[in-house]
Design a protein around this ligand. Structure first.
Ligand SMILES: Cc1ncc(COP(=O)(O)O)c(CNc2co[nH]c2=O)c1O
Length: 411
């Protein structure tokens, strides 16, 4: 690996520990990424010397904390190429961002007999909010199915997109199949039918550059903890004119301009959506994570992860009895590989790998309708990051074979 990698790995001391007396190999980055020291140090320093509640304060420390808090909003806008910081709403997570859009914007634009179009590969956080909205509004929820190669069936999307479609909600990258969906084309087609596009970028934000203006999406959601930041901080990007139309769904301090016994006047967006004391430390951590990624350069991250996947995938497909879900070619596959070993339960495989120090996820990955479509209840999932190495890939393949041999010998 290059010099940059050797320096990067030093920022993640967590990766140097042992698990079950074996060196840790962390391959569950789709669930949450690890947090580098520069991000942690920035958060500690904030709490040690700058902490104060933001907005409303009339003293220096509060003003400085407010400046830091709002500077990160500018940073987030620049990171996803949003037109300005007012289109950036702080939330707790991708899940909260998507629920906000469904319950506030969805309530405004979806009416009886309208249609909401999502894909079968959606995470529950970008599926259930739309299921609930459809039920509330007596609207129709439709699913775009997978093509034969387990990428999104764009022909099916075109068939199911109609003049009744009001919302199209789609993951930019699947947390199971590893595929990246053609968001720009989907948005172009959706806008021709005057539908609004909501993008779940939870998995893509850490692995590819995002330009919301180029994509022309109406909303885009992601979480800090998937991109080297802390948990508890998320982002909702929304086109300013749409955020202005939306009503807040949480009420309290900070989000108001004036309150009487009977009335309340909201702040403008984004502040009207940020009721109560927000996760200020988490915002500082998110800003530090963006700084860290920007220093690494997303092009280096993409190239590093592509190199890992190009090296790993061909070795995995060689393992007899191993089924990989999603496209079989590296070109279509992102840094997430869901697989099963014939006749072995995913939980047994993951437990076996854990005994060898390899941390992967096993389960339905909050994508149960997708599991049903794939014809399985659950899978094993390895998800890579730039702080994994080619040697890690060799070890992972070797350990998968060891686990397979162990359980087959036992049976
Ligand atoms: C595509 C996708 N959307 C939304 C979410 C929700 O993100 P959160 O609000 O930050 O929790 C996840 C989390 N995915 C996973 C969390 O753990 N394993 C996963 O695959 C996800 O992968």
């Amino acid at each position: 690996m290059d010099k940059k990698f050797e320096n990067v790995i030093k920022d993640f001391p967590i990766l140097s520990q042992k698990i079950n007396d074996e060196p840790l190999l962390y391959l569950d980055n789709a669930a949450t990424s690890q947090t580098p020291n520069p991000v942690l140090n920035e958060m500690v320093s904030f709490y040690q010397s700058e902490n104060a509640n933001v907005h409303r304060g009339v003293y220096t420390l509060a003003n400085e904390a407010t400046t830091a808090y709002e500077n990160v909003r500018e940073q987030v806008a620049e990171f996803i190429h949003a037109p300005n910081a007012k289109s950036i709403v702080y939330t707790r997570s991708t899940t909260e961002s998507l629920n906000l859009v469904a319950s506030s914007f969805g309530d405004l634009v979806v009416h009886e007999s309208d249609e909401i179009l999502i894909t079968i590969m959606e995470h529950h956080s970008n599926l259930i909010p739309w299921q609930q909205l459809a039920k509330r509004k007596h609207a129709k929820l439709k699913y775009v199915e997978l093509a034969d190669d387990q990428t999104l069936d764009i022909a099916d999307f075109k068939r199911k997109l109609t003049e009744r479609t009001k919302i199209v909600a789609v993951a930019q990258m699947s947390n199971v199949l590893g595929v990246t969906n053609p968001i720009k084309e989907i948005t172009r087609l959706a806008h021709q039918q005057h539908a609004y596009v909501v993008v779940d970028a939870a998995q893509s934000v850490a692995h590819q550059s995002i330009d919301v203006q180029d994509l022309d999406v109406d909303f885009l959601a992601f979480s800090g903890h998937k991109m080297l930041g802390p948990t508890g901080i998320g982002v909702l990007f929304g086109k300013a004119e749409l955020l202005d139309e939306m009503n807040p769904v949480q009420f309290g301090g900070e989000m108001i301009e004036a309150v009487s016994r009977t009335q309340a006047k909201w702040q403008s967006a984004p502040w009207k959506f940020e009721a109560g004391t927000q996760n200020i430390g988490g915002v500082i951590g998110l800003g530090a994570a963006i700084t860290y990624i920007s220093k690494l350069k997303m092009t280096w991250i993409e190239a590093t992860e592509h190199k890992l996947l190009t090296y790993l995938l061909p070795q995995l497909v060689q393992i007899k009895g191993l089924t990989i879900y999603g496209p079989q070619t590296v070109a279509e596959h992102g840094s997430i590989v869901a697989f099963n070993l014939a006749n072995l339960h995913p939980h047994d495989v993951a437990t076996g790998l854990d005994m060898l120090g390899v941390e992967v996820r096993a389960g339905h990955h909050c994508a149960q309708p997708l599991m049903t479509t794939l014809g399985v209840e659950s899978t094993v999932r390895a998800s890579l990051s730039f702080y994994n190495s080619l040697a890690d890939m060799d070890r992972f393949v070797y350990d998968v074979k060891m686990v397979k041999e162990f359980f087959n010998r036992e049976s």
